[in-house]
Design a protein around this ligand. Structure first.
Ligand code: SF4
Length: 550
């Protein structure tokens, strides 16, 4: 039988991207192959996000297109994975009969069985087409519920080091340290769709980082909805073969710092975990983490970040609003001053820390005064970037039906535009501070602009000038600043992908830094070892043994 072709498209956050990677590995191990063309796939899977209305609408319009294909006689199997599937449940099957299977984020280990059912039987009973937690993990937040099969999916992860962007090597990876969330912000569906916060054992996490490093990974991003709340109490949850198992984490109210539990048991805190990975896996040149919760971010974490050179001095720490009244309505659990105190503390420990945030405008009852508080918070914090969203009520959240969506859309639009303009000015100023410096850039591949130009058949537009013989490469600094620079297209550009290279910053825009690969002619006294490493690059000596890291 020919291998079934799967098209898998992912919407939303990094957690979803990691889930998709695990699904991909799981299906590949069973003999499925993958295609980037939904039109030629036997199985089309959308890993959905329910946090933003826009992402949801996009998925549903894709679902409509598959309906058309099915009407024309195609036997394609259509599956919805992720938060939208979990939130809407079997109702989706009635509304969209073209959907063959639904699989929530907590049930992904059952996906092969669902596809198998759909292939064998065609129209099967709803019970055979649906794997949803249905809030099970939320209702029974016990230790045994945490030791579920989903952990096996993370444990059996297969990582393809050749599956990088643009067909180059892949040297960056996500590692999940917690799943779910216990915080219950009123606008957010995650605690309901992903269930209770579950923390993976530190030994398992360190092993996973080690295995990835053995495959050539040099950048790891630890993932958790509130990553700094990671806390593992040893000797409590024991799984098969006597190994420690995942365990349910404390809610925001129950969280307490320190390396001992109330009963004296040893605890691995988030700071301990960062220090352990840094120590145990030195091949990882960049260790970063997202997303931080502004509450309970202890000095111990900041100290580890300061003392461990391979931990990126980067924080993604969403404020969401600058108004105490709105923060209370959002159930965020901190005040404006507490948020600002944290930012000051972080900058005290790490003066060069790069900070990104999230903001919501037009939350129910938001007044001009509340909005002004958000504006002033932005000016005070000076994030390198902010993800700014217009509030839209999401079904399944606690705000849904309880807090009236009473800020008119025109006002929301005015406010978001104002914040976007303000952020553009701040981002440009933050970027301008880098001009003249040499930064280390983890090269991700050809820039989106270069890729678009090559698809269009034209020359490559490079920042501010057209130089068809040059290829614009794009990457990120340790502080997550997007940086573009030019290389001759071909082997050199291909080899640069997935490496950390020194780049002299020559210009700054709102979204990116512009630079050039640091030339070997600079004196070592000027910028030390970077110059020697750059010499290796410009002489095309990009052997595996070359040390381009930090
Ligand atoms: S902390 Fe709040 S916004 Fe973040 S995932 Fe949890 S409930 Fe959602």
């Amino acid at each position: 039988m020919r291998a079934m072709k799967v098209y898998l498209e992912t919407f939303g956050c990094q957690m979803n991207q990691l889930d998709s990677e695990l699904v991909r590995g799981q299906l590949a191990a069973l003999g499925y192959t993958f295609t980037t063309d939904a039109g030629e796939a036997d199985v089309v899977l959308y890993n959905t996000c329910s946090v933003r209305e826009q992402a949801e609408n996009k998925v549903l319009s894709r679902v409509g297109l598959i309906a058309q294909r099915k009407r024309e006689g195609s036997q394609v199997i259509l599956g919805l994975l992720g938060c939208l599937a979990e939130r809407e449940g079997a109702r989706l099957l009635t509304r969209y009969p073209q959907i063959d299977l639904l699989c929530g984020p907590g049930e992904l280990d059952r996906l092969p069985m669902l596809i198998d059912n759909a292939m064998r039987t065609g129209a099967v009973e709803a019970a055979d087409r649906v794997a949803l937690a249905g809030n099970r993990s939320r209702r029974s937040a016990t230790l045994s519920a945490a030791a579920d099969n989903l952990e096996l999916l993370d444990l059996s992860r297969s990582f393809d080091p050749d599956l990088g962007p643009d067909g180059g090597p892949r040297r960056s990876a996500y590692v999940r340290i917690t799943r779910g969330c216990n915080k219950f912000c009123t606008y957010c569906v995650v605690p309901f769709t992903r269930g209770a916060e579950i923390h993976r054992p530190p030994d398992t996490i360190v092993d996973e980082c080690r295995r990835l490093a053995d495959h050539g990974v040099i950048e790891i991003t630890l993932l958790g909805q509130t990553v700094n709340h990671y806390r593992y109490t040893h000797g409590v949850a024991i799984g098969p073969q006597g190994r420690e198992a995942p365990q349910v984490g404390p809610g925001a109210a129950a969280f307490r710092p320190g390396s001992r539990a109330g009963d004296g048991r040893r605890v691995t805190t988030f700071a301990d975990l960062l220090g352990r990975i840094h120590e145990a896996v030195p091949q990882v040149r960049r260790l970063r983490f997202v997303t931080s919760y502004p509450r309970d971010f202890g000095d111990d974490i900041l100290q580890v970040m300061r003392d461990c050179p391979r931990i990126c001095r980067y924080l993604h720490v969403p404020a969401q609003s600058g108004s105490d009244r709105v923060l209370r309505l959002m159930n965020r659990g901190y005040t404006r001053n507490e948020y600002l105190d944290f930012i000051d503390r972080a900058r005290g420990f790490l003066p060069d820390v790069s900070i990104a945030g999230d903001l919501i405008v037009g939350f129910p009852t938001e007044t001009d005064h509340d909005f002004e508080q958000t504006r002033s918070l932005m000016k005070r914090v000076r994030c390198k970037n902010n993800f700014i969203f217009k509030y839209s009520p999401r079904p399944g959240t606690s705000a849904w039906g309880r807090l009236p969506d009473d800020v008119p859309d025109t006002v929301k639009r005015e406010r978001i535009n104002e914040l976007l303009a303000l952020q553009a000015g701040i981002s440009e100023a933050v970027h301008a501070e880098q001009v003249g410096r040499v930064v280390e850039v983890f090269v991700e591949g050809a820039s989106p602009k270069a890729r678009a130009a090559s698809r269009g058949g034209g020359g490559v537009e490079l920042g501010w000038e057209r130089q068809p013989e040059r290829l614009q490469m794009s990457g990120r600094t340790a502080g997550d600043l997007i940086t573009v620079f030019d290389l001759p297209p071909g082997e050199l550009a291909r080899q640069a992908q997935g490496r950390i290279l020194p780049v002299r910053v020559t210009g700054a825009g709102t979204l990116v830094l512009y630079g050039r690969l640091e030339a070997p002619t600079r004196s070592p006294a000027e910028h030390g070892a970077l110059s020697a490493r750059a010499a290796g690059i410009t002489q095309f000596e990009m052997s595996e043994s070359a040390d381009f890291g930090s």
